[in-house]
Write a protein that binds this ligand. Structure first.
Ligand SMILES: Cc1cc2nc3c(=O)[nH]c(=O)nc-3n(C[C@H](O)[C@H](O)[C@H](O)COP(=O)(O)O)c2cc1C
Length: 381
């Protein structure tokens, strides 16, 4: 180790409950649409996630795992509603942990955005043509019978009994995630899926206790928080991903997010994962977004609630990521698509920011050579 090694906020370990992430870099959940219609991971998921753990992130989250079969978005999504899926997920959690990252699992019910084609097939509601190819649509559910987009399947409005059964299904899924060996949980409450559709006045027109004012619209998302906290080990953290704004007239606002985050914190949620949008077609990944466009949400929630936050969205530069943590705008920084370009993004950031000029944090079979290559290049100059 040389004495040029610097203290770098992005690489300061962070403890949440009983576990410590070695740095602030988190691999954001990313669906691979590569499961084989049984909701079980394939060798692709293992290679993909293990590679990202080798890349040096502090936490690697799986893609969204459906809490029940109808809660998948597509036929090719992963699930965690049966024991066979738990068994199949175990090697993934083990592989991520073996490379020094915390293994994280995300839970989802896709709600009214379920039963859709995979993106490269068009990302519309499944139809008769898909059914003829063995990809039959299935009925979707939501707080109210309002489709996510024009022409999409009209969801069935959930009864109160069905809402309570789904709340319990989140808890059971959290228990299964712990059985599979995951050490961090992420509840997907964003991007127009079931939880988000309860929160937004544009999707939730219920007149019972699960709708109406913000207290009613928050009821199901908060009950889910209680259900997962009750089943998930008390020494392990829970992240809760929110769409901090709908960015639609009459929709969910950042002020609403602050109110909800306080309530989530009171129910044992540890980190608010600050995403946005997705209730309708115009989603978080639509054109025109600036680097770090969601960082102000993480900053505001952190400042107003005192909770830990995660920033996500077009964070691609090491300097920028480090500055977000150094300036106390977020505790964690999630990297999504950039990790598809460069799965070793965290390892590179460590070298670039001077935290690890000698490749000491790299896997030895790589780092040993790269250090010598750098020295040889320096001698040659
Ligand atoms: C291929 C792909 C799949 C995604 N799947 C999920 C998912 O399963 N759960 C989720 O919360 N977000 C999902 N997202 C959103 C990402 O986690 C992330 O928030 C978004 O891509 C913005 O970050 P980035 O600009 O670093 O990619 C997905 C994004 C992509 C590109």
């Amino acid at each position: 180790m040389t004495d040029t090694r610097k203290d770098v906020p992005l690489f300061t370990p962070i403890k949440s409950r009983g576990v410590t992430a070695k740095n602030r870099i988190v691999i954001s959940p990313m669906q691979q649409y590569s499961a084989g219609n049984d909701g079980k991971p394939t060798s692709w998921h293992l290679s993909h996630l293990e590679k990202l753990a080798i890349g040096g992130a502090g936490i690697v989250f799986t893609e969204a795992l459906a809490i029940e079969e109808q809660g998948r978005a597509t036929h090719a999504d992963l699930g965690i509603w049966n024991d066979a899926q738990v068994e199949a997920l175990k090697p993934i959690a083990e592989a991520i942990s073996r490379h020094g990252a915390l293994a994280g699992a995300q839970l989802i019910h896709a709600g009214r955005k379920a039963s859709v084609q995979v993106p490269w097939d068009g990302y519309q509601s499944l139809n008769a043509e898909n059914a003829a190819r063995g990809l039959a649509p299935w009925p979707t559910v939501a707080p109210s019978a309002i489709p996510a987009n024009p022409g999409w399947q009209v969801p069935k409005a959930l009864t109160i009994d069905e809402i309570r059964r789904l709340r319990d299904a989140y808890g059971i899924a959290a228990r299964r995630a712990a059985q599979a060996g995951f050490q961090a949980l992420n509840v997907h409450g964003a991007h127009g899926y079931l939880i988000h559709s309860f929160l937004s006045p544009l999707a939730n027109h219920r007149t019972d206790e699960y709708g109406g004012d913000i207290q009613g619209r928050m009821r199901f998302p908060l009950e889910v928080a209680e259900a997962v906290r009750a089943e998930w080990p008390s020494n392990l953290p829970i992240f809760y991903r929110l769409s901090c704004i709908d960015d639609l007239d009459g929709g969910w606002t950042l002020d609403d997010t602050v109110v909800l985050s306080r309530e989530l914190g009171a129910r044992g949620i540890d980190v608010i994962d600050c995403s946005s949008r997705g209730l309708a077609e115009r989603g978080t990944l639509s054109p025109g977004r600036e680097p770090g466009f969601q960082v102000p949400f993480a900053e505001r929630v952190r400042k107003d609630t005192g909770l830990s936050t995660m920033a996500v969205g077009l964070i691609t530069k090491a300097d920028f990521a480090n500055d977000i943590v150094a300036s106390d705008r977020a505790d964690y920084v999630a990297i999504g698509r950039e990790s598809l370009i460069n799965p070793h993004w965290p390892l590179h950031a460590a070298v670039e920011l001077g935290f690890d000029p000698d490749y000491q944090t790299w896997p030895q079979p790589y780092g040993w050579w790269l250090l010598r290559r750098d020295r040889a290049a320096a001698r040659g100059r």
